[in-house]
Design a protein around this ligand. Structure first.
Ligand SMILES: Cc1cc2nc3c(=O)[nH]c(=O)nc-3n(C[C@H](O)[C@H](O)[C@H](O)COP(=O)(O)OP(=O)(O)OC[C@H]3O[C@@H](n4cnc5c(N)ncnc54)[C@H](O)[C@@H]3O)c2cc1C
Length: 592
């Protein structure tokens, strides 16, 4: 467990210590064991059938889900009281990560264990859990989550599905269409959102056999083709009143809180997928010859391999740091109280900024990785016979679902500013201090004898840049800042890269003393490479924000400040890249 209980988004205004972060190196034996069981299950049971699954053998997928249930892999987040394992989020993320090798099957698994199961766990009554949870966590039943509609995706609360109480008061009559529902064709229980009397957004548990519920045809998708995606059509579907989940008019709480969990788990899952894709790329680089040598000997290929390793190191550091933050907070909650799951949800919601960051950052790392892996394959990367082609197609959806990356980016400053207005984060005060440091003539030189001193000083400076820009945008636009999306996106990019760089640096600092000399060199190289790449992105975002917010002398002053705040001496960068690439080429996989 990490030492300090952080508030959500607090990382932007405080200095974190290496002992404050949970890292993959901190996994307990039990956590590792679940990770190993998951990996073995995927390698032995799923991977051999990958082709069939990708060609939409849904009965096989259902069978494999049952096997998953037998191994306990569907019950990680479920309460012990109902036969679940009730393990921490770090374990649940590790399982999601290890499932990545399973391709489309991992989509079925994630939708079932995440958005499919968690509304019931968090908001279900005792009776509802008794009725359904056992079947779901054993794999006897498959679960699906139905929020999106043909006319409302990002604007989820604009849903037009309706629920009307029957004359005898025993049923809600549901009408409407739900769109793009993962597991739609194979699910037995659907968590469906509809508006009672066209206004009170509410959640319902609806069984597949419900009269009036029908399943549309399978969508023909670009990627994750083996997963089931259908419409769910409700035509006077009769849902017993006992199956209303949570409270009337409070469906948005369920919809959005469950998405927080979906987002951080997606971060873990795509990090796993990035590792798999990287290994494929490196193996190919070792086999393919051009100009009489293996292509892995070319600097152009090595640079891609180095960048991928460094970015995945950051993604992994970020994901498990977040797992630790959430687990630490949830561990403080007294169990067995009537409102346990309400406080539990609040505990996760506290980190909604970090959850959105995990979703955006990690899905974009995967996007860069699969792109580079296709490129390493040259023409063969474009051919279906090669795995790289499938990785490329499968990746794309991750930037769209669980809230598009635009929506998640907008959420980041949106939540931060809302919390600042409520006085939960002293943003204005810290921004004022940052403005003062903007005027100050020079910076202290970092102490080179301390590991990662330059990177830590940089992170502190990047936070100053964030504070100055967030402060300036609020000062300039006040309440209308919410309409300045281009600024919000740029500020979000800065916040995202700060969290990623800091997570990588703190993890490296924490694990360094326990590493062999060669691992030390590799970790230090990964930190240098990622810090450089992340800072380039942060600097570009900061400059964009400055140009959008200010003009004239104030703009000139801001840009000068940004130049200083984003200054990073990455001497030895090429050596670091070559070292990382050589080590990965030798290991034929992700290095850490
Ligand atoms: C394979 C697949 C599986 C899915 N599984 C599920 C599932 O199991 N359950 C479920 O409920 N849904 C599911 N979805 C739906 C998915 O979550 C939505 O597609 C997604 O939320 C985007 O909604 P949309 O498609 O309506 O796009 P839109 O909301 O129409 O967005 C279109 C574009 O406009 C942008 N945009 C929209 N609003 C704003 C705004 N306010 N500001 C700035 N930009 C904006 C978006 O970022 C996007 O670029 C799935 C989708 C797919 C493709």
């Amino acid at each position: 467990m990490a030492a300090k209980l952080f508030k959500g988004a607090e990382y932007l205004i405080t200095v974190a210590d290496k002992n404050d972060v949970f890292t993959p190196e901190d996994f307990s034996d039990e956590q590792r064991q679940i990770g190993d069981t998951t990996e073995q299950f995927v390698l032995n049971e799923v991977f051999p059938h990958r082709d069939k699954i990708e060609h939409h053998d849904l009965p096989l997928t259902v069978e494999l889900m049952k096997k998953c249930g037998e191994l306990g892999l569907l019950m990680i987040d479920a309460p012990e009281e109902y036969g679940g394992l009730e393990l921490d989020k770090a374990t649940s993320m590790l399982a999601a990560e290890k499932l990545a090798l399973a391709g489309s099957f991992s989509v079925t698994y994630s939708a079932h264990t995440g958005i499919g199961t968690l509304p019931l766990v968090y908001y279900g009554t005792k009776k509802q859990k008794e009725n359904y949870l056992g079947k779901i966590i054993s794999g006897e039943w498959i679960a699906a989550y139905c929020l999106t509609e043909p006319g409302s995706g990002s604007d989820a609360l604009g849903a037009s599905a309706t629920a009307t109480l029957s004359a005898d008061g025993k049923f809600y009559i549901l009408n409407g269409t739900k769109q793009f529902i993962t597991n739609g064709g194979i699910a037995d229980l659907y968590t469906i959102f509809a508006k009672i009397d066209k206004q009170h957004f509410t959640c319902f548990l609806v069984e597949r056999t419900t009269e009036g519920l029908s399943v549309g045809p399978e969508e023909n998708k670009m990627g994750v083709r083996g997963s089931s995606t259908t419409q769910i059509i409700l035509e006077d579907a009769k849902v017993p009143v006992e199956n209303l989940l949570g409270e009337i008019g409070k469906g948005h709480k369920i919809a959005f809180n469950v998405l927080n969990v979906g987002r951080f788990k997606l971060g873990a899952a795509v990090t796993g997928a990035a590792k798999v894709a990287l290994a494929t790329g490196v193996k190919y680089a070792n086999e393919r010859k051009a100009f009489g040598v293996t292509i892995g000997s070319f600097g152009a290929i090595q640079e891609k391999i180095a960048d991928m390793n460094a970015a995945i190191f950051a993604a992994e550091s970020l994901v498990y740091r977040l797992a630790g933050m959430i687990d630490d907070r949830l561990a403080t909650l007294p169990k067995g109280t009537d409102n346990y799951y309400e406080t539990y949800q609040q505990g996760i919601e506290e980190y909604s900024v970090e959850c959105a960051i995990a979703k955006v950052f990690c899905s974009e790392v995967l996007a860069d990785v699969v792109d580079a892996v296709v490129q390493i394959h040259g023409g063969y990367g474009f051919i279906q016979e090669y795995a790289a082609e499938g990785y490329y197609r499968d990746e794309r959806i991750n930037r769209i679902w669980e809230g598009t990356n635009e929506i998640n980016r907008l959420l980041i400053p949106g939540i931060i500013l809302r919390r600042a207005m409520k006085g939960e984060i002293p943003l204005q005060k810290e921004a004022m201090k940052a403005f003062e440091s903007l005027m100050s003539p020079s910076f202290d030189e970092p102490d080179d004898s301390v590991p990662f001193a330059a990177e830590k000083a940089l992170v502190a400076n990047l936070k100053q840049a964030f504070l100055v820009l967030a402060g300036s945008s609020v000062q300039k636009f006040m309440d209308t800042i919410k309409d300045e999306q281009e600024i919000l996106l740029a500020v979000a990019d800065l916040a995202i890269n700060i969290f990623a760089i800091e997570s990588a640096v703190l993890r490296a600092e924490k694990i360094l003393p326990n590493l062999s000399e060669s691992k030390k060199t590799a970790v230090s190289a990964a930190v240098k490479v990622f810090t450089f790449n992340g800072t380039e992105k942060a600097a570009s975002a900061a400059k964009r924000a400055a140009y959008y917010i200010e003009e004239g002398d104030t703009l000139t002053m801001l840009l000068a400040g940004i130049r200083r705040f984003t200054k990073y001496d990455a001497s030895g960068l090429l050596k670091a890249k070559r070292h990382l690439a050589a080590a990965a080429i030798e290991a034929e996989k992700y290095l850490f």
